[in-house]
Design a protein around this ligand. Structure first.
Ligand SMILES: N[C@@H](CCC(=O)N[C@@H](CS)C(=O)NCC(=O)O)C(=O)O
Length: 232
């Protein structure tokens, strides 16, 4: 049986914003492993019950079920050592762990209030109430209020918050150096989350970040392009 990846879908089945699922898909493409994605909506928890929890991604490889995107990357690296490495050596893997935490705890945190209302606009009708309730609890305000002033805040994020990323990518092709590795996919996945639901102009022409994002999107024959995103 081919590897299965349970992947968060919006109302349109090919719109798949989850940054964690993007990382898992990119890791599988990088490892050159054939797989099928299984779309699942937020509230279809019963369909994920076999994994013992309610979040995606979930990877099913034979009789192995792996949850959590970082654990999926570690699993693939250990299970398929003869395929292209996702981390390089142990030092690079330790740094990739930091970059992944930065993408989750810093970049995602500043993006979350700006784009949650965009996610809500795209979720399936069955998920609308659930998504609004759970995200408004986290935000401490309405989705609309959280996104107030998103154009100016988005521009400040692009210009200032992303400056370290811009400086690094102005000097080297990938965060991992001459070739992309998991650290690149972690940050790319978070920006791909934004791009899957929002027109916030974070990736603009003549910016090394946009050029890098495009290089990654084109990798492995560009399978990421089969999914729906917005261009700004
Ligand atoms: N740390 C987990 C996070 C997974 C996660 O939170 N996934 C979200 C989708 S982006 C989810 O399934 N949420 C379920 C929910 O909100 O009910 C990972 O890296 O895989």
């Amino acid at each position: 049986m081919a590897i299965q990846l349970w992947d968060l879908a919006m109302a349109e089945e090919l719109r798949r914003p989850s940054p964690y699922c993007w990382r898992a898909k990119m890791a599988l493409w990088h490892k050159e492993l054939p797989f099928e994605t299984i779309p699942v909506r937020f509230t279809e928890k019963d369909r994920l019950a076999f994994s013992g929890q309610g979040a995606v991604p979930v990877l099913v490889d034979g009789d192995r079920v792996v949850t959590n995107s970082w654990d999926i990357a570690l699993y693939l690296e250990e299970r398929y050592p003869d395929r292209p490495t996702l981390f390089g050596d142990a030092t690079s893997r330790a740094l990739a762990s930091f970059v992944t935490d930065w993408a989750d705890l810093s970049l995602s945190s500043v993006l979350f209030p700006l784009i949650s209302v965009d996610v809500w606009r795209h979720v399936h009708a069955m998920d609308k109430d659930y998504y609004r309730r759970t995200r408004e609890e986290r935000l401490g305000t309405t989705l609309e209020q959280a996104a107030a002033g998103h154009e100016e805040r988005g521009e400040a994020l692009r210009r200032d918050f992303l400056a370290p990323l811009r400086a690094t990518l102005g000097a080297q092709a990938f965060l991992s150096g001459e070739r992309p590795l998991y650290a690149d996919y972690a940050v790319w996945g978070t920006l791909q989350w934004m791009r899957s639901v929002s027109r916030l102009p974070l990736l603009v022409p003549d910016d090394p970040i946009a050029a890098w994002h495009e290089r990654l999107t084109a990798l492995h024959g560009g399978p990421a392009r089969a999914f729906l995103t917005y261009r700004t």
